[in-house]
Design a protein around this ligand. Structure first.
Ligand SMILES: *Cc1c(COP(=O)(O)O)cnc(C)c1O
Length: 391
């Protein structure tokens, strides 16, 4: 490992060289099953032919011209993205944190147009929104903030999945301009709120004339069995952010807006050198076309249900299981004991998984995972949990 890389990550000692679908191979040609998809990024699996083809074709033509000119693939991607999401306008960035920065700026601009000089945004405990100064300030995790104070002002925190707490803040604080929330908390532990939580937030945002802002960076692009998780609720937010799986590994983020948020930004309000460049947009367009020309999103529901009922069966007698929860292929298995060690143990068995919040095994397999890979995943993880909790 190079000592010239800042040690911001505790990395496992494996280097992957190539992949195909849900498989990865290391330098020694050892094969691994990827049940994490690079943290919900490679939803179509590795080396997907449509994405590969799009990148090759675009790189032979043009990589960059800048946003001083029209960018055809950016326009096509915006058309496709708004059609699939029900949103109307898009700003393209290069990452999730940047998409959230755009959303936070939109909320503040919205507040200023209403004459609110110190606009504030309601955010959640255990949330994760990124590592830039504004997004780490919005994030509900002291470990991520520590050492980087002073934080950006203008965030009011409430518990997740607690609609009464939001109502209390709204009734007391007239500076609130938006609610920023994940439809399911990913880093926070695969926390799935009540099924009408987003509907209630939508109603409150209408009542108080504030922006409903959804961070769908992890839940989006088919992961939960709908293109976007809010589509389970039959609502449309005012702002929605995407990144991770949008480019299937090519860096791209998007801040989508609708209704009263759609035309807040005017020329000069925001920008990005790389955002919406031809290469990233071509890759993302290939991702969206692949999803809309297939039933992979519906498969996320079937596969997620199959995986979790298999886990329920295999683990039902294990007293250390707190619960097994999922929506589509966003899966959390919570133990009553810290289990971060399982990540390295799984790697030894040729399987990539993640543990978040110390006790929650997080599985984010690619949407293209097949039946025999699902069996292998369930078998390996169940056995690991049984061995681990038996000692
Ligand atoms: C990953 C993630 C982010 C940050 O995205 P980056 O591309 O790492 O900046 C923000 N919000 C959520 C919900 C995420 O999962």
């Amino acid at each position: 490992m190079s000592s010239h890389i800042m040690p911001t990550y505790a990395r496992l000692s494996v280097t992957f060289e190539h992949g195909e679908g849900a498989w990865l191979w290391d330098e020694k040609e050892q094969r691994y099953l990827d049940a994490l998809s690079g943290i919900a990024v490679c939803n179509l699996g590795h080396a997907h032919p449509a994405v590969h083809e799009a990148i090759c074709q675009q790189s032979a033509k043009l990589l960059h011209t800048s946003n001083l000119y029209q960018v055809a693939s950016q326009e096509k991607l915006a058309d496709k993205l708004t059609e699939m999401s029900g949103m109307t306008n898009v700003f393209f960035s290069n990452s999730g944190a940047e998409a959230n920065e755009a959303a936070i700026k939109l909320a503040r601009k919205f507040g200023h147009t209403k004459g609110i000089a110190t606009p504030a945004i309601i955010v959640m405990e255990k949330s994760f929104h990124g590592r830039t100064l504004a997004t780490l300030s919005a994030t509900g995790n002291a470990k991520i903030q520590q050492g980087f104070e002073p934080l950006v002002e203008g965030f009011v925190r409430v518990p997740y999945n607690d609609i009464e707490a939001i109502k209390t803040v709204l009734s007391e604080n007239t500076s609130i301009v938006a609610i920023l929330v994940e439809p399911i908390q990913g880093e926070g532990g695969v926390n799935i709120p009540a099924s009408n939580y987003l509907n209630q937030i939508r109603a409150l945002c209408d009542e108080y004339d504030i922006l409903m802002t959804l961070d769908e960076i992890q839940t989006g692009i088919g992961r939960t069995g709908k293109f976007l998780a809010f589509q389970h609720n039959g609502i449309v937010p005012d702002v929605c952010t995407l990144a991770k799986a949008l480019g299937n590994g090519v860096p791209i983020g998007a801040c989508l807006a609708h209704g009263k948020a759609a035309n807040l930004f005017t020329a000069g309000n925001h920008g990005s050198t790389f955002g919406g460049n031809p290469l990233a947009c071509s890759a993302a367009l290939a991702v969206l076309n692949t999803l809309s020309d297939s039933d992979l999103i519906a498969q996320a529901t079937e596969k997620g249900d199959a995986i979790c009922s298999a886990f329920q069966e295999k683990l039902q007698t294990n007293p250390h299981i707190v619960n097994i929860r999922h929506l589509g292929l966003m899966i959390g298995i919570e133990l009553d004991t810290p289990c971060t060690k399982l990540v390295a143990l799984a790697l030894q068995k040729g399987l990539l998984i993640n543990v978040t919040q110390d006790k929650v095994i997080r599985l984010l397999p690619p949407l293209i995972i097949d039946a025999s890979q699902i069996s292998q995943l369930v078998e390996t993880v169940s056995t690991l949990i049984q061995e681990y909790t038996n000692q």
